[in-house]
Design a protein around this ligand. Structure first.
Ligand code: 16G
Ligand code: MG
Length: 549
């Protein structure tokens, strides 16, 4: 392989000029903003992916073009590291520098700095696989990405329209082929077969739960979920896919999808379930899922990521015990958004260790890796379960002494295959929840009785500069603006079971305020008082969020 051709980069980059006066930030999940501002960023991310692959001895790097649950006019781009993890943090700053280099000369300078900083062998091969969701801006951004990849001389592999977790899956498969960590067949069909076979094994001998209605946010999840269900016999799972219009412009995530349902705590448009029925919503790139049902009295009941995580955690713990594998330690990882009741239930009732980390998959994933089996779920519905290599080998090789033990071990083996361990995956998580319902022979309403959520409220505040907000203690305490936390604490003290925290969003230009308290009224009061405080004291713009005061 030849060295990097900097002249070619200069010429190519001129086709993707950086707009003036825009400062790009690498947020929680890569770059995300209005799609028409992303051309130069995506081109440069192509170069970055090539460099990252070179640094990792030619391992395959993934690039996903999506803006998840954001509006349809937004888009985004993020890198996937070789085993499906998010881009290593040490590279995020350089990603931003690349995106912000104003001229072609500056861009080349930054590339040279990266090469030097990471001691990259320029002649090393680089391999990149990429995919996109169904957004109308996707194809043009893919072309910009391909230009960037060609500029750096990467071997390219277009994986087409996929869910984000499918890209994580295939990246991991490509990099583990033929090793003891071999993750599966590196194709879309391989993904479906792996999940479908595992589901069949996980529910062996159990009767089918009632049909599941799925709101797929009019996004990529609709086509991929239908595909997946083609691999699973109707006798063991019946899924009715709704909000599957990926053609009509403006429908993606509009009044539907996991984020809408979680935030508004109500049914999405296009889905009318009756008492006793259950449904789930995916987000725009199908890496989040929340469940819900209509109670006998007609009320909407949300079964969010905390509930899913708690259900999965308790099911796994029971299986580990039933399998006679008590040596395996199970832990749960949450963020500050986890409902206080879920943390209480896990720690005090299930007696599971619970860690709290900052928002974002990169933090949750790494913390979960510290356990033999680490369950991580964000309240918003993003989550998965990680099995360490030791736990995997033990579960694979164990022989039960009784038929009951053998059965539990076999179910654990099936779950290990069923769960997409590379990242939270709405389709895999859907099968996980359905498998638990089938095994327990419980309704979702019965699962929901494990604990009762504390009323909670999330409020957005628009401020002049969200970057002045600095947090610590897994985002539960504000360090800056100085003095604000003390005032928040004073408000929280007034409410029974009150809790509130403030953090800058990593994906939107807003500050988020979360609050919970004993009753919905008190919780709303607390949330809006804190939001008002932030607005007044930290540069609020565009209307004070004081609807409830
Ligand atoms: C991104 C994160 C998700 C997080 C959310 C928070 C990844 C892959 N995704 O979607 O984990 O919950 O951002 O958004 O890390 P916020 O910072 O705007 O609240
Ligand atoms: Mg998403």
């Amino acid at each position: 392989m030849a060295s990097i051709n900097y002249d070619k980069i200069k010429t190519d980059a001129a086709q993707h000029p950086k707009p003036q006066d825009i400062k790009y930030t690498h947020g929680t999940a890569g770059f995300r903003m209005k799609a028409d501002l992303l051309d130069s960023v995506v081109y440069r991310v192509g170069i970055l992916a090539g460099l990252r692959s070179k640094k990792l001895d030619g391992k395959v790097i993934g690039v996903m073009i999506t803006a998840s649950h954001n509006r349809e006019i937004d888009n985004g781009v993020k890198l996937v590291d070789p085993y499906g993890e998010m881009l290593h943090q040490s590279w995020e700053g350089y990603a931003a520098q690349l995106a912000n280099a104003q001229t072609e000369d500056e861009l080349v300078e930054v590339i040279k700095i990266i090469v030097k900083e990471f001691d990259i062998d320029e002649t090393m091969t680089s391999k990149v696989i990429y995919a996109r969701d169904t957004r109308p801006s996707g194809p043009a951004l893919v072309m910009a990405l391909e230009d960037g990849l060609r500029s750096i001389g990467a071997e390219i592999n277009d994986f087409g329209i996929k869910t984000t977790p499918q890209l994580h899956y295939v990246t991991c498969c490509l990099n583990t082929q033929g090793t003891e960590k071999s993750y599966g067949e590196p194709t879309e069909a391989g993904y479906y077969k792996k999940l479908a076979n595992a589901y069949r094994r996980a529910v062996e001998g159990k009767s089918r739960p009632s049909p599941l209605y799925v709101d797929s946010a009019n996004g990529v999840g609709a086509i991929k979920l239908k595909e997946l269900t083609n691999y699973i016999d109707k006798d063991i799972l019946e899924v009715i896919v709704l909000n599957d219009d990926i053609k009509t412009q403006g429908k993606l995530n509009h009044l539907c999808g996991a984020d809408y349902v979680k935030t508004n705590q109500r049914l999405p448009l296009g889905l009318n379930i009756k008492a006793g029925e259950r449904a789930a919503s995916l987000d725009g790139d199908a890496d989040r899922i929340v469940y819900y049902f209509i109670d006998d009295d007609g009320t909407f009941k949300l079964f969010d990521g905390d509930k899913i995580g708690s259900l999965a955690g308790s099911f796994i713990i029971d299986l580990v015990k039933a399998a006679g594998l008590e040596g395996i330690n199970v832990g749960v990882v949450q963020t500050a958004y986890a409902n206080g009741s879920s943390t209480h239930y896990l720690e005090k009732v299930m007696k599971v260790p619970v860690s709290c980390v900052p928002t974002g998959v990169k933090y949750l994933h790494h913390e979960a890796e510290k356990f033999d089996i680490g369950v991580y779920f964000e309240a918003n519905g993003h989550g998965t379960i990680l099995f360490s290599l030791t736990a995997t080998k033990l579960i694979r090789s164990s022989k039960g002494e009784t038929p009951e033990q053998e059965d539990a071990i076999e179910r654990l083996r099936a779950l290990m295959e069923l769960i997409n361990q590379t990242v939270g995956d709405a389709l895999s998580d859907l099968l996980l929840v359905e498998a638990i319902l089938a095994n327990r022979q419980w309704t979702l309403k019965r699962c929901n009785e494990a604990y009762k959520d504390l009323p909670n409220r999330l409020v957005k505040v628009i401020v002049t500069d969200r970057h002045i907000f600095k947090t610590t203690n897994a985002e539960r305490t504000l360090v800056e603006p100085a003095g604000l936390q003390g005032k928040i604490d004073a408000l929280v003290k007034k409410y029974k079971d009150g809790r509130s925290f403030v953090r800058p969003s990593g994906t939107e230009d807003v500050v988020r305020v979360y609050a919970e308290a004993a009753t919905q009224k008190e919780c709303d009061e607390l949330a809006y008082s804190v939001a008002g405080l932030v607005y007044d004291e930290a540069g609020g713009t565009g209307g004070r969020p004081d609807e409830f005061l």
